[in-house]
Design a protein around this ligand. Sequence first.
Ligand SMILES: Nc1ncnc2c1ncn2[C@@H]1O[C@H](COP(=O)(O)OP(=O)(O)OP(=O)(O)O)[C@@H](O)[C@H]1O
Length: 207
Amino acid sequence: MSSPFLEATALSCERDWRLLFENLDISLDSGQMLQVSGPNGSGKTSLLRVLAGLRPATSGTVRVKGQPLVSRSADLLWIGHAAGIKGLLSAEENLAWLCALHRPASRAQIWQALEAVGLRGFEDVPCHTLSAGQQRRVALARLYLDSPPLWILDEPFTALDKQAVSQLEDHLAEHCREGGLVVLTTHHSLSRVPDGYRDLDLGQHGA
Ligand SMILES: Nc1ncnc2c1ncn2[C@@H]1O[C@H](COP(=O)(O)OP(=O)(O)OP(=O)(O)O)[C@@H](O)[C@H]1O
């Protein structure tokens, strides 16, 4: 039997001597979406960072395709709750830089991705002059470029208007339908979820 794409076993996480969650098991395969929910401070971001290999768990293991997770794994795309873009660079430059680190993209592909997130005409202005929602769209444009199957997204809907929220929901569901996987946190209640949707409430499963 093949291993799940993402498998976390007996995960526990402590921060500042506080136990956020313990003994958490997660198994996720192609087509599935996991929404990590729970109150502020319950450990959602901490869990996502552990699953993305950006911080160690206090105990437990994370495996991707049966292998121990390595930091900067090429199998996953992480977008944190801060837009994570450089204000002095343009939208195009930000994406070119991020893509160069992971999966190179041509100028035409980057412009297409920016168009997909409604940023046509804003490709070459410095990002610090964009609104918060536009800056979020720059970060999310990576979801419209060649990307790994597993997307780990911390509060991706922050600052987006209604139309952009709806578009992103559709895009995430489509990614799952096409065999991708999504792990996300959001306080927004999703109105369209794929068949393989699951919720993990750290308010109930946390420590
Ligand atoms: N860099 C840090 N150093 C120490 N403690 C931290 C750090 N980041 C977060 N924490 C603590 O870990 C706990 C969980 O934080 P986390 O950001 O994972 O929660 P969250 O569920 O994502 O919250 P929110 O819904 O507010 O985004 C909080 O009590 C927080 O104070």
